[in-house]
Design a protein around this ligand. Sequence first.
Ligand code: IMP
Length: 435
Amino acid sequence: MTKIDVLLGLQWGDEGKGKIVDVLTPGYDVIARFQGGPNAGHTLEFNGMKHVLHIIPSGIFHQDKINLIGNGVLIEPRIFQQEIKDLEAKGVDARRNLYISQKAHLILPSHRMMDAANEQSKGKAKIGSTLKGIGPAYTDKIARTGLRVGDTLASDFAERYARLKNQHLMMARAMDYDVAQFRIDGMTLEEYEQVWMDSLATLKSFRFVASEYFVNRCLQEGKRVLAEGAQAMMLDIDFGTYPFVTSSNTITAGVCTGLGVAPSAIGKVMGITKAYCTRVGAGPFPTQLDDETGKRLCEVGHEYGATTGRPRRCGWIDLPALRYACMINGVTELYVTKPDVMNDFDTVSMCTAYEIDGRTTDEIPFEYNTLAIKPLLEPFAGWKQSLAGVESYDALPQALKDYLAAIERQTGVPIAAVSISPDRKDVLFKQAVGS
Ligand code: IMP
């Protein structure tokens, strides 16, 4: 029996997970998503083309690999249909190698309306949700009122759908939300509902599986399985910066509940971190830079949301948060992305601890959202050179290697590889793969 390896983001998302999964995929037989939904935007670049995936696992471009959408994932059928069409336009036939859990929950059009209603009712305290219906759909899952992929085959699906939608309409009206002005892609709720219903045919043309048996059977047969996380540690519903989080367990523990594997089946835990830090949406971010350096990180790093297009907030790498992430997830190796964004910087800093009320701490406080947190910064000399054409970890500039070594020292976790451009060929492993 093999173990299931896990890959997840250790910051607030957008660490470059899609790309690293794509690079690691040749070493795996199965790539499985275990949580989140179309709020995710996993960007892959190869052969000069850019691809953004939302629900479908990042192994889909490798046609000999199995891709699995687990029970912990949310599926919005219309977005799924569009993703399938985009893949078809690129010559990828996902029907050959994509399997979907019967137990994955559905995002209804009215979940998306409820997301908008909830955000509107919060006023200034908005989460900055991607408005894909994530919170309301997981709310219904926990409330035991949700609809699952397998339910689309039931004879009473239409009635159950109508019952749930009516509940949402009642709630929206009770919140004084103007349902008539709600739009998705320019369509009213009723218009969108029509295209959503039509898109169920695409969903149903895929293989629905009991994914817990499927994945455990794969492990028993000795197949190598990679669990691909979405969002990231600091957006976890339990351990993230609540309430400025997403509504699922984005952490290693989420693999067990989102795929149906035992804790003892977890193998390597690969954590992805940018060489700096970004956050999209609202919520605390102690190392955020509201100055020219922050703007430079945003511009050079093309830090705009892959799902919403919103500019991301940028700042220095936050080691108290990273250590917390390594602890909660049991990270066994780090992947560091985008140091090339800082190629021209004279100085590159890292936050090694926080100062709160005159006290130094390296722990994440309960009052993270409200306390004034001063990041204590350690400066490093910049490497001041392009990384283009660097072909091995050893050949990286010494100043960058010193910076990376400090990350290893501070987290106690070894770096497996560093990614120095958006292209899949530019991931430099510290040791030869397999050694
Ligand atoms: P929701 O999951 O769409 O409700 O969004 C909740 C929060 O998580 C917002 O601040 C979003 O910007 C953030 N978020 C959700 N998904 C992602 C992601 O894939 N990358 C980065 N941030 C995300």
